[in-house]
Design a protein. Structure first.
Length: 315
């Protein structure tokens, strides 16, 4: 389960059990703030918490405020790191500041519709009226970072970033394991039964079918990465023929520079244009001198993170 969805689902359980809670969202940061805008934290009225807006110290302070009934009863904007003393108290690098929106949660209806939308892989703009607490949800295209506009606070949720790995070999297994640590939903396609039977990693989702059919079946969007690592050009190319025509933000394939040149020539013989072929990251991963499967997996995920961060800046 993605981190935000896990946080919201746990908070819903608290609300269904008649606890009250508070939703904190990082609105804006300055200097060396530890978390990015959009990071969320939910604190139960007795101090239990899930999520993060800083690291440790601010979470502890908010939990203490909740336990001692010192948090606002209506939506409000809070600021940390204003003074040098406060920056030291909360372990924020001097000059770092955080603007945090706090929203009291009193009913499951404040979160349930959002959770249902996220489970359907929708990108949702959640708007909260600062004066009344009214909540509006709207499915949107990528728009940007959280912001305050007049009486409204806008933030964005979902869908989860996911990685489709074509190939369940040793590299595929290590890549899948590392990707889960990075909160990626991992999907696996492996039509070769003898290799599939040796897969022992938990937490991944198997998608049945040949690579091209699997790519089509998951309907890749801007939150999807696809990496082909089968070592079998026929299987890898099948996936790439559909992946490069999709909205996937990252498409990569294992292979040397020479093999990639041959692959691009093969792809050009089908219904792919040069713009689509140019989307291919191959050799896959950042050029960090990786040799072992673990090193290659690190290089792939590093490049994936880099491309994703660039894409987020565009929006």
């Amino acid at each position: 389960m993605p981190a935000d969805l896990e946080v919201l689902t746990r908070a819903l359980e608290w609300l269904n059990a008649d606890f009250k809670a508070y939703l904190f969202t990082v609105v804006e940061t300055w200097g060396s703030a530890p978390r990015s805008p959009g990071a969320i934290l939910i604190v139960r009225e007795d101090g239990h918490l899930i999520g993060s807006v800083s690291g440790v110290c601010i979470e502890d302070d908010l939990a203490d405020k909740a336990h001692n009934r010192k948090l606002p009863l209506t939506p409000e904007v809070m600021e940390y790191g204003i003074s040098k003393d406060e920056a030291q108290k909360f372990n924020i690098p001097y000059g770092g500041r955080l603007l945090i929106f706090v929203e009291p949660l009193n009913s499951p209806t404040q979160l349930l519709p959002l959770i249902q939308d996220l489970q359907q892989r929708k990108l949702i703009k959640r708007s909260v009226s600062i004066s009344t607490g009214q909540v509006k949800l709207q499915e949107v295209l990528p728009e940007g970072m959280p912001k305050i506009e007049g009486d409204w606070f806008h933030t964005y949720f979902g869908p989860q970033w996911r990685l489709l790995i074509i190939g369940a070999n040793q590299l595929g297994s290590i890549l899948a394991n590392m990707a889960q640590v990075l909160d990626l939903q991992v999907l696996i396609c492996e039509p070769r039964q003898e290799i599939r039977e040796e897969w022992h990693l938990e937490g991944t989702t198997w998608i049945e079918g040949m690579p091209d059919d699997v790519v089509l079946s998951i309907r890749p969007d801007e939150h999807t990465a696809i990496v082909a690592v089968t070592h079998d050009p026929k299987l890898d190319d099948m996936a790439l023929l559909e992946a490069l025509k999709s909205d996937a933000f990252y498409v990569g394939a294992l292979g040397s520079h020479k093999n990639q040149e041959k692959r691009r020539e093969r792809l050009g013989m089908f219904d792919l244009n040069q713009t689509e072929i140019s989307k291919l990251h191959g050799p896959v991963g950042l050029p960090i001198g990786s040799r072992t499967p673990a090193e290659i997996a690190i290089a792939i995920l590093a490049e994936l993170i880099q491309i994703r961060a660039t894409q987020l800046k565009w929006h």
